[in-house]
Write a protein that binds this ligand. Structure first.
Ligand code: ADP
Ligand code: MG
Length: 234
């Protein structure tokens, strides 16, 4: 499903050059649920952004659904992204000018879902995430936790094959965090492939494999079900 080899990402500004990813290898099978952990600045978001086709790599290979994504034209990438990927952003990325309802509905419009189906799906997911009484509000009128739940709803409303979630419970209390984790677990049970960044061991325990990153490298991979530690990169 996801096959990353030798992936590098260098950010260049006038003064500094940052190697955010340094030779990353990662394979995720169809239907697998994988967690990424590691200190701040270790490259977790960069990895997710590249996996979600929101940013491009500086080198290496990224195969998604058996197809090489590096070097693909933006139009093609956008098509793959819309049809397959639900992305939960660390900083929400809600559109301020749109109501909660319109934010959640947007990916359904992109995917050509009919108006009546759209309204059903928005209502179901908003109910599930406890934001159905906020559908007419605008993002700035919501608390951080509510914005995060709207962002989760927007990413998951299309029931995407691949879910990329950057700290999806980072701004939630434990009750709301658990609801998001239950939702992800249900989607996983229905066949979604998930790559999630978290700082929470509890959230990670829902996944099958945890990878640990440091300084842009994957240091360790741990199978959560069988508890076997494998040293990957020294
Ligand atoms: P994490 O999500 O693990 O906290 P990031 O992937 O956001 O880490 O960042 C990895 C490194 O890349 C950090 O040193 C960060 O400062 C740098 N970085 C991330 N995005 C950019 C950018 N757009 N421009 C320059 N440097 C960046
Ligand atoms: Mg991050």
């Amino acid at each position: 499903m996801i096959k990353i080899e030798n992936l590098t990402k260098v950010f260049r500004t006038e003064e500094v050059e940052t190697k955010a990813l340094n030779n990353v290898f990662l394979q995720i099978k169809k239907g697998e649920f994988v967690t990424v952990m590691g200190p701040s600045g270790s490259g977790k978001s960069t990895l997710l952004n590249i996996a979600g086709l929101l940013d491009s790599a500086s080198g290496g290979s990224y195969k998604l659904l058996e197809k090489e994504m590096i070097g693909l034209k933006e139009k093609e990438r956008a098509k793959v992204r819309k049809q397959n990927i639900g992305f939960i952003f660390q900083n929400f990325n809600l559109i301020d000018e749109l109501s909660v309802y319109d934010n959640i509905e947007l990916p359904l419009i992109y995917n050509g879902v009919s108006a009546s189906e759209r309204s059903k799906k928005v209502k179901i997911i908003a109910e599930r995430l406890g934001v159905s009484h906020r559908l007419k509000h605008y993002p700035q009128q919501l608390s951080g936790g509510q914005q995060q739940r709207v962002a989760v709803a927007r990413a998951l409303v299309t029931e995407p094959k691949i879910i990329l979630a950057d700290e999806p419970t980072g701004n939630l209390d434990s009750k709301n965090g658990n609801e998001v984790m239950e939702l992800l677990t249900d989607l996983h049970a229905n066949g979604s492939t998930i790559l999630m960044v978290t700082h929470s061991d509890y959230d990670a325990s829902f996944s099958q494999k945890t990878i640990y990153m440091k300084d842009g490298q994957v240091l360790l991979e741990k199978q959560n079900t069988r508890n076997i530690d494998i040293i990957v990169n020294g």
